[in-house]
Design a protein around this ligand. Structure first.
Ligand code: ADP
Ligand code: MG
Length: 401
């Protein structure tokens, strides 16, 4: 796999370099609530700028439905990036259209342009190779015949998408510094992790993450499950989960997973108490109940104090820990305690600890906890999980051939 340093050694002065970055930050209106991913993208951009490249960044924000949507304009990101770089970032108002061509055409050496949200173009995430290929052609054409592609959006390397995968096949391709750093750390977790190896899973996407668990069962010693996904597990045990996040069609799968875990002697810890609320709101009235007594009209928002203690105990002897997904709705301070407790336990632990996931990392920063208390904070949740599962990541393998 060729790297950014290889590209710099070949020389980039005056060349246009297409950079896929991960700038997918959480927003409150047009205010960035956590700029971690923007900051993580700066080192690679800076190297290219200092080498005199004309840097054309493509990135996505949120999940627009394949058409322009003002909620997902990249303007706030361009503004923050300009501040961090200390130089203006020229923003195109479209993805690969007239504005993109004009902005890229006007770029001079050592300057940066940002194309509008790549997911405004439905071809980016199309399942049709030809459709994605057509968008990739247009992206490649923007940087021209002596252009190059640098892949640095670690959070999207598990996606077979036009700006991640297809375009890499059309240009000389290089792994950026962030992607390299992420891979190096995750390899430590996959190549002979020190045991006990404990994985903590939370977050909001049960369907995504339930699939991951099956693979992890062959690799880890212990799984601690909280967050929105926990309720499908609790339901599979015959418990009432009220209005909590639930993936009905996964209940049987989850039951099978628990049986398999037992067979493999992987310990699975589910919440034993939860904080429930009548509404999904920051100021919702709430109480702590055992998971065996969840009221039918309430929603599970966080793990309770007994579970926090249980998780701390089950993490105490860990030598290796991977954590993905907040244990509760941490955006509301009243429901951030479970997430903060796990974060603090890991910070105090001597284990090799890796946090993966945009929201998990944001939760750590929101709580004002020291980021260097962890061995590594990954910018990619899904990507890091798939890496740990041993899956092939299309955005990485395409750089290898
Ligand atoms: P990451 O970005 O770290 O991979 P996810 O995107 O999977 O994590 O999940 C983060 C989201 O999960 C947060 O917005 C959080 O509010 C939500 N979440 C956690 N616990 C619950 C819960 N009990 N009910 C609903 N949402 C939850
Ligand atoms: Mg997330």
């Amino acid at each position: 796999m060729k790297t950014l340093d290889d590209l710099l050694a070949e020389g980039v002065t005056g060349r246009r370099v297409l950079l896929r970055a991960d700038l997918n930050v959480p927003l409150d209106g047009d205010r960035i609530t956590d700029d971690g991913r923007v900051r993580a993208s700066v080192p690679t951009i800076t190297k290219l700028v200092e080498a005199g490249a004309r840097v054309v960044i493509t990135a996505h924000l949120g999940r627009p439905k394949g058409e322009p949507d003002p909620k997902f304009f990249l303007a706030p990101v361009a503004a923050r990036l300009s501040e961090l770089l200390g130089a203006e970032v020229a923003m195109a108002t479209d993805v690969v259209g007239e504005s993109a061509k004009a902005v890229v055409g006007a770029l001079t050496d050592g300057h940066v342009a940002l194309l509008e949200n790549i997911r405004f173009d439905p071809r980016e995430t199309s399942k049709d190779d030809a459709e994605r290929g057509a968008l990739a052609d247009e992206l490649a054409a923007l940087v021209g015949a002596d252009g190059a592609f640098v892949s640095d959006g670690f959070g999207v390397v598990h996606r077979k998408q036009a700006s991640v995968y297809d375009v890499a096949k059309l240009l000389p391709r290089y792994a950026g510094d962030l992607v390299l750093a992420e891979i190096e750390v995750l390899r430590k977790l996959t190549d002979a992790p020190e045991r006990p190896y404990v994985v903590v899973l939370g977050g909001a996407k049960p369907s995504d993450k339930i699939g991951v668990i099956k693979n992890l069962l062959t690799k880890v010693d212990r799984l601690l499950i909280g967050g929105g996904m926990a309720y499908t597990f609790l339901k599979s045990q015959g418990l009432e989960v009220g209005k909590s996040l639930l993936q009905e069609d996964q209940i049987q799968t989850v039951r099978d997973l628990l049986a398999e875990a037992e067979e493999r002697e992987v310990e699975v810890c589910l919440p034993v108490d939860v904080v429930v609320a009548k509404d999904f709101a920051a100021d919702a009235e709430h109480e702590t109940v055992p998971t065996s007594a969840m009221p039918a009209d309430q929603e599970g928002m966080d793990i309770g104090p007994v579970t926090r203690e249980l998780f701390a105990v089950r993490l105490a002897d860990a030598k290796t820990v991977f954590w993905n997904g907040p244990l509760g709705v941490f955006e509301f301070p009243a429901f951030a305690e479970g997430t903060n407790a796990v974060a603090k336990t890991l910070i105090d632990s001597k284990a090799f600890s890796v946090v993966g996931g945009g929201d998990s990392a944001a939760a750590v920063r929101q709580a004002g906890l020291p980021e260097d208390g962890f061995s590594h904070i990954s910018t990619g949740g899904g990507a890091s999980l798939e890496f740990l599962e041993g899956k092939e990541l299309p955005g990485i393998s395409v750089l290898e051939d």
